[in-house]
Design a protein around this ligand. Structure first.
Ligand code: ZN
Length: 246
């Protein structure tokens, strides 16, 4: 998982998404891969996460396994003269989603071609399917997309913004609703925050239990700490009584 950092806290449905590392296993342009075409970017320069689709309808790719499709897309880009006469370096996205699985396809800092003239600061996530066409983003792929977002965000210390390809340049990519993506993500963030607060409060309760037990032990045993322990426990009891808790 070099370069990519798994988020510490995640909702269960995201934590269950399988993450498969394909780096080093995908076709590379014999004339030079991504790191030969451009030096890797500084991680501090990476501010934006960009969401895409691969624009290949699910029906047209159903015959391929995930890895076969990823290899096919890599080869198509290597053979394409659209961006460079010698072709692209390899697979164009950093993270790729298909069949509810998340594939790590490039290093975070690799300078790939995701959005023309905007590849110095962007990390590209793509979901297989044509969502500008007839495909619909299903729950499993949606969970994997959000997992990809959180892995990218956790890995980017200078993260600023989530955008879609179409919000940067005129294109139908990614086709799925970014309003829905953004509202889901803010809901996930709220629930993670609440969960974090609850965990903190539970730790407070555990600390209180330990302290009260310790004071009770001292209060019940004759010794130099006995009277002070009784005084403190009485104070706690007074406060609890005043709050209607005892
Ligand atoms: Zn795109």
């Amino acid at each position: 998982m070099t370069q990519w950092i798994l988020p510490k806290i995640l909702p269960n449905n995201l934590a269950a998404v399988p993450v498969i590392d394909l780096r080093g296993k995908l076709p590379v342009n014999p004339n030079g891969g991504w790191t030969v075409i451009n030096p890797p970017r500084n991680v501090e320069a990476l501010t934006d996460i960009v969401m895409h689709h691969d624009a290949l309808s699910k029906s047209s790719t159903a015959k391929y396994t995930d890895e076969q499709l990823i290899q096919n897309i890599s080869t198509t880009h290597i053979n394409s003269k659209k961006n460079r006469s010698k072709g692209d370096g390899g697979f164009p996205y950093h993270l790729f989603i298909r069949n509810g699985k998340l594939y790590i396809c490039n290093d975070l800092t690799d300078f790939t071609y995701g959005v023309a003239s905007n590849n110095g600061y962007t990390v590209h996530i793509s979901v297989s399917g044509n969502y500008a066409g007839n495909d619909v983003l299903n729950d499993a792929d949606r969970a994997a997309l959000y997992m990809a977002y959180y892995i990218a965000k956790s890995s980017m210390p200078a993260f600023k913004e989530l955008r879609s390809h179409g919000e940067m340049t005129p294109t139908a990519c990614p086709g799925y609703s970014m309003d829905k993506v953004r509202s889901d993500i803010s809901e996930i963030e709220l629930s993670m925050e609440l969960n974090d607060n609850l965990q903190g409060q539970l730790l407070n309760a555990a600390a209180l239990e330990t302290r009260v037990k310790d004071l009770y032990k001292k209060a019940s045993n004759p010794g130099k700490n006995q009277f002070e322990a009784i005084r403190k426990l009485s104070r706690v009891a007074d406060i609890m009584r005043a709050e209607g808790l005892l």
